[in-house]
Design a protein around this ligand. Structure first.
Ligand SMILES: [Zn+2]
Length: 175
């Protein structure tokens, strides 16, 4: 067990407070935990407003999907640029996989969830409400992924242009 702690980089900037601040990459201010909490607690309306905005944004599946794509892309980049980190991550994933008995032992639900996740990742740049259409183009009309993607993108552009022009938000169904 390591007893290492981040170095002390200063003291709380609130007058009279002697609390020491340790280095933390996520640190945004120059006050201690206690005073940071006090500052947050002192503006309930503003916090409630921020919470409402964030909740509304996260309720939009497209925002959620774009967000998870950003996170996963950042992680991929990080792993690609750091072979040692990649090796560690692979080791971890192997250990977790082994502990769970490997994918052969997955339940039907887990499989379905994994499929949904993979699909969402693959379709991250296609708006939620166009994804079934995209899948139909690939399956029923036997189009390649890039072709189907182009058709969907055209549809989205058209629908958007019409929305801007007429104020009517309506999805074209090509199918
Ligand atoms: Zn303080």
């Amino acid at each position: 067990m390591s007893t290492w702690r981040p170095p002390i980089i200063g003291t709380c900037s609130i007058e009279g407070c002697e609390a020491q601040l340790r280095y933390n990459v996520k640190r945004k201010g120059t006050v201690c935990h206690y005073h940071a909490r006090q500052e947050v607690a002192s503006r309930p309306e503003r916090n409630a407003k921020i919470a409402r905005t964030v909740k509304a944004q996260l309720a939009d599946p497209n925002v959620l999907s774009a967000r998870s794509r950003r996170i996963s892309e950042a992680r991929t980049k990080q792993l690609r640029e750091n072979p040692e980190l990649m090796r560690q991550a692979q080791e971890q994933m192997r250990a977790v996989g082994k502990a769970n008995g490997g994918s052969a032992n997955w339940s039907a639900e887990t499989r379905a969830a994994a499929r949904r996740k993979q699909r969402a990742r693959k379709l991250a740049d296609i708006p939620m409400e166009y994804r079934d259409e995209y899948t139909a183009l690939c399956r029923r009309h036997n189009l390649s992924a890039p072709e189907a993607r182009r058709i969907i993108r055209d549809q989205v552009d058209r629908d958007l242009a019409r929305y801007i022009e007429t104020g009517k938000l309506q999805q074209t169904t090509g199918g």
